[in-house]
Write a protein that binds this ligand. Structure first.
Ligand SMILES: *[C@@H]1O[C@H](CO)[C@@H](O)[C@H](O)[C@H]1NC(C)=O
Ligand SMILES: *[C@@H]1O[C@H](CO)[C@@H](O)[C@H](O)[C@H]1NC(C)=O
Ligand SMILES: *[C@@H]1O[C@H](CO)[C@@H](O)[C@H](O)[C@H]1NC(C)=O
Length: 338
């Protein structure tokens, strides 16, 4: 018994079996990698049943296998196509309409029942050119001259109606009116009369020495058709005459110098004018005072025998002996309370 085992043990190394490798079973197919459309799936096997040993041969063939995996086609996104080009304008001049189209892009096969919302056609206003530009009519004849004598003007006109511009057409270029001077014969003249003088400008607020002026107009007599002509000047100017009260003493600024007024003939009408020049509106309260007068001084005595009516703008407009002509002394100077 022992010997048998021994012999077997000695023989053992000589029994060298070569074991060739053999494939295991295929694994199950892997899942498809997407949910729609075409893709691949794989399965694999291993050389383990049994593996090769003792210089046995390896398994022959591939350990992996794949096949295409066709699912249902993927849905195509649905929507509007781009707008097409604008079509031609419906009119060759003036305003027309043109349109453009788009279409609803359908999937194939149409799996989803979606629709495109909105219009397939869009419209817009179009214009190739205006149908007509404006054109001038001929000039009218000249109007009658504005003056029957002396320089006058006359005018003529035209209209942009030959033809009138159509909508969006050009208006006519240039003026529609033309004005020119027309010289009728020289006007004859007849004697006119002067209007009253205007009031002195700036009289009550002029600065001493400022030149102030007043104006009058040569007016033609109603019955005369001719231009009036008057002798003399239509403008008059003189230096500003100011008055002031110095301690109650009335002084007048004439010829660049302050001087006094003599009380000969000086009454309430004269006082009114003086107070108005001083800016007092209510001249009824003007009173003449002699108690303020000092009776001395070397200033000129400018006015004497003043006879105002009361409505004059300035003492110099009243009747008087002439500036600087007097027979008074300073004891007769006028004092005033306005
Ligand atoms: C396999 O074969 C080579 C030569 O082909 C030999 O040298 C080696 O000893 C062998 N191995 C076995 C385990 O038999
Ligand atoms: C748009 O479609 C309408 C209707 O089918 C057709 O009359 C028109 O000519 C199309 N417009 C353009 C620009 O293709
Ligand atoms: C008087 O003159 C002064 C200085 O020129 C001016 O500011 C003022 O407004 C004038 N007053 C009137 C009432 O004209």
């Amino acid at each position: 018994m022992f010997i048998t085992f021994f012999i077997l043990a000695l023989l053992q190394p000589k029994v060298r079996c070569n074991v060739d490798g053999k494939w295991s079973d295929w694994s199950i197919w892997s899942a498809c990698t997407t949910t729609c459309g075409s893709t691949t799936q794989t399965r694999s096997r291993a050389c383990t049943n049994p593996p090769p040993s003792n210089n046995g041969t390896d398994c022959e063939g591939s350990s992996e296998e794949s096949k295409s995996c066709m699912l249902e086609p993927c849905p195509v996104p649905i929507g509007w196509s781009r707008w097409g080009e604008w079509g031609s304008c419906s009119s060759t001049c003036g305003v027309g309409i043109q349109n453009r189209n788009r279409s609803c892009v359908e999937p194939f096969p149409n799996r989803l029942s979606d629709n495109c919302f909105g219009d397939t056609t869009e419209h817009q206003i179009c214009m190739q050119r205006a149908c007509a530009d404006g054109g001038w009519t001929a000039w009218s004849s000249w109007s009658t001259c504005s003056a029957s004598c002396g320089a006058g003007i006359y005018q003529r006109s035209r209209d942009c109606t030959n033809p009138s511009p159509s909508p969006y057409g050009q208006h006519c270029a240039g003026p529609n009116n033309d004005v020119a001077t027309c010289n009728s014969q020289r006007c004859p003249q007849t004697a006119g009369i002067w209007s009253a003088w205007s009031s002195w400008n700036d009289l009550n607020n002029c600065t001493e020495g400022e030149i102030i002026s007043r104006f009058r107009e040569c007016i033609k007599l109603k019955s005369s058709p001719y231009e009036p002509i008057c002798n003399g000047h239509s403008a008059d100017e003189r230096p500003c005459v100011s008055v002031r009260l110095t301690g109650g003493l009335l002084e007048v600024y004439v010829n660049g110098q302050w001087g006094t007024v003599c009380d000969d003939e000086f009454d309430s009408d004269d006082a009114k004018v003086a107070c108005r020049m001083l800016g007092f509106d209510n001249t009824k309260t003007a009173t003449i005072r002699t108690d303020m007068v000092k009776g001395e001084g070397s200033t000129p005595i400018w006015l004497d025998d003043l006879r105002c009516k009361g409505n004059e703008d300035s003492l110099l407009e009243c009747s008087h002996n002439g500036v600087g002509s007097h027979n008074c002394g300073h004891g007769e100077d006028v004092g005033l309370v306005c």
